[in-house]
Design a binder for this molecule. Structure first.
Ligand code: DQA
Length: 147
């Protein structure tokens, strides 16, 4: 099974960007650990990042045909993008939302997530580890779907 892992704007800056909030791990490090965890779970991870809302939406739409699950850290679009929420609604796949930081502990404008309205579940506050937790949860979900 294939799992698409999408990352939104500014996540390419991880490691350099506000390390006191987001940690020192780079997006490349996260990609590497996701590939390894996916392989151990019998999954193939397709890991992507874009600063553009339109690329993220195109990738979500395409996932309908060639992926089995979707993990997404929409970054700032979490709190603003009805378009990404609508795209996720239209893709008939299990969706898991991930955030490095605990968005409920931060500024009020980060407390609302449009993506949470359509996600199966949300993992936030565990840093880079959250991506691996999401992969574990996705593997369980894909097994459950087959039963
Ligand atoms: C984030 C949280 C968002 O509020 C923020 O805009 C990000 C990263 C996180 O992973 O903690 O860019 O999604």
């Amino acid at each position: 099974p294939k799992v698409l892992i999408l990352n939104g704007p500014n996540l390419n800056m991880l490691g350099l960007r506000e390390p006191q909030i987001y940690g020192h791990t780079t997006l490349n490090d996260i990609e590497e650990s996701c590939r390894k965890r996916a392989a151990a779970l019998g999954l193939v991870a397709d890991f992507r990042q874009s600063n553009s809302e339109s690329s993220l939406i195109d990738w979500i739409q395409e996932a309908r045909n060639d992926q089995n699950g979707l993990i997404i850290n929409p970054a700032a679009y979490t709190h603003t993008s009805i378009a990404i929420m609508d795209a996720l609604k239209a893709v008939d796949l299990p969706i898991i939302e991930v955030h490095l930081s605990n968005i409920h502990q931060r500024e009020a404008f980060r407390n609302l997530s449009y993506v949470s309205k359509v996600a199966l579940g949300v993992i936030c506050g565990f840093g880079a580890q959250g991506y691996l937790m999401a992969l574990d949860a996705m593997a369980q979900q894909l097994i459950k779907q087959q039963e």
